[in-house]
Design a protein around this ligand. Sequence first.
Ligand SMILES: Nc1ncnc2c1ncn2[C@@H]1O[C@H](COP(=O)(O)OP(=O)(O)OP(=O)(O)O)[C@@H](O)[C@H]1O
Ligand SMILES: [Mg+2]
Length: 219
Amino acid sequence: MTMIAFEHVTFRYGRSSILQDFSLQVERGERLVLLGPSGCGKTTILRLVAGFVAPDSGIVSIEGRPVSIDGRIVVPPEKREVGMVFQDLALWPHMSVEENVGFGLKVKNVPKKERNRRIEEILRLVGLERFGKKRPSDLSGGERQRVALARALVLEPKILLMDEPLSSLDRPLAERLAQEIVRLQRKIGFTLLYVTHLEEEAAIIGTRRLSIQKRTSSN
Ligand SMILES: Nc1ncnc2c1ncn2[C@@H]1O[C@H](COP(=O)(O)OP(=O)(O)OP(=O)(O)O)[C@@H](O)[C@H]1O
Ligand SMILES: [Mg+2]
């Protein structure tokens, strides 16, 4: 079953064309790695899936349902069941790990008991069960990365978008965490769109890879 589809998508920022007649299908449970030079539009593709921007023309669909059509966002980001982890993790420094992870559930008015159960479960899954009361500043880079992952996964997204999530970590740790992401994806089954410029990471993560070409002209 097709989880994400781009059909003839055109996207521009002002006068510069980023995507031109771009089509893509991602099947459920795939781990698609997006590669390509800086500025080619990788983050833009993730933003189109999340619904932060709309294509100028063409259609973006999730599970066969158009979510953006020809410049219009039909399904807003909060209704898309899409999770995100970006390079700057944007954890809240004044909140504990538990509070960071539980924040999205709180916003969704999930009752406290259920919230705590899900926070506990996801922290166990990412190996942070003993870190719930700590602040992000008291954690290592790899642990912070796991918090960001837990915060996205606790909302049970159908699609997880990751934009160079491990690039600030040293290589051995990044590769361990990449294996961890694969393990979690196999266990939970979400569809993964993963941006990296590192060959080793792409090889660990991807069931498929897509190289995006940089467009040079502004037409
Ligand atoms: N908000 C914006 N306004 C105008 N131009 C933008 C904006 N965001 C991105 N761009 C431009 O769009 C192009 C594609 O950006 P995008 O962030 O998708 O690239 P990328 O492939 O993710 O690059 P990188 O590997 O450096 O992260 C770039 O040339 C960028 O300068
Ligand atoms: Mg980018």
